[in-house]
Design a protein around this ligand. Structure first.
Ligand code: GLP
Length: 251
């Protein structure tokens, strides 16, 4: 396992954005999957800042979203589509044919999910997947208990996240929320993964992900088995990882 620890939040955002930029520079037609949320917004904005400075070629890149909130309009501030568009897609001047997203609404989710996977495959598969980490260990919307063989599907939200999205987006309680997401199997097929986690609220789940058993109760623990996964953490998120802190947590 490759574990990289950076000191503070600014250094973390910088390091995370550099993973995306170097991928684009190394392979112009890269297919890159991104996650949304509190962890990843700054790093996306830094990619745009660097693009404006360096003008690296993004004309052949495909960026896609790992997951999407179901049953909200795409234009909702909390929809992953809108978040990614505002944070990175518009800034990189990517047109829609280079930006793949699962829809927020569908009449036939099975077909929609299948088409999404086929489109990623048609472009050569995933070169880099930047993964956020849920406080309960989820990846995308693959909640604890999700089978490791899952492929793109419609899942549940955890209660806490649902409350947050409802609050952030003022979504009325009569609209049911869910999450459509790449499955664990799709995630594991990415050629390269960078798991990003920062802040003290992720410290306990980071420890379980890295040091606990590989089990469906902690979906992110499967990443221990990925041959090319980097765990990029800030010091706060890494604080309970014992083998990095041999003098701490000796219980
Ligand atoms: C949500 C998103 C995930 C993201 C996770 C972490 O569940 N669907 O893609 O990785 O939250 O979010 P945050 O960075 O805000 O903790």
């Amino acid at each position: 396992m490759k574990i990289s620890i950076v000191g503070d939040e600014a250094a973390f955002d910088q390091a995370a954005s550099s993973r995306i930029i170097s991928q684009i520079i190394e392979k112009r037609e890269s297919v890159i999957g991104l996650s949304t949320g509190r962890t990843t917004g700054n790093m996306h904005r830094l990619v745009v800042e660097q693009y404006r400075r360096m003008q690296f070629d993004v004309s052949r890149v495909t960026i896609f979203g790992l997951d999407e909130v179901m049953n909200v309009p795409r234009t909702y501030a909390g929809a992953c589509y809108t978040m990614l568009k505002t944070e990175i897609i518009d800034g990189l001047e990517l047109d829609d044919s280079h930006f793949l997203m699962l829809p927020t609404e569908s009449e036939d989710w099975n077909t929609t999910c299948k088409h999404f996977e086929e489109e990623i495959d048609r472009r050569g598969g995933i070169d880099l997947l930047m993964l956020g980490l849920g406080e309960n260990g989820h990846l995308g919307f693959n909640q604890p208990g999700t089978p490791f063989e899952s492929v793109t599907w419609t899942s549940q939200m955890n209660e806490e996240l649902e409350m947050r999205i409802r609050k952030e987006t003022q979504l009325p309680s009569c609209i049911e929320l869910g999450g459509v997401t790449l499955g664990i199997k799709n995630i594991m097929h990415a050629r390269r993964i960078v798991l990003v986690a920062k802040g003290v609220n992720k410290a306990e789940i980071v420890r379980k992900m890295l040091e606990g058993p590989v089990c469906t109760e902690v979906p992110a623990s499967i990443l221990q088995l990925h041959p090319n996964c980097e765990f990029l953490l800030d010091e706060k998120a890494a604080q309970f990882v014992k083998h990095l802190n041999p003098n701490k947590n000796e219980d």
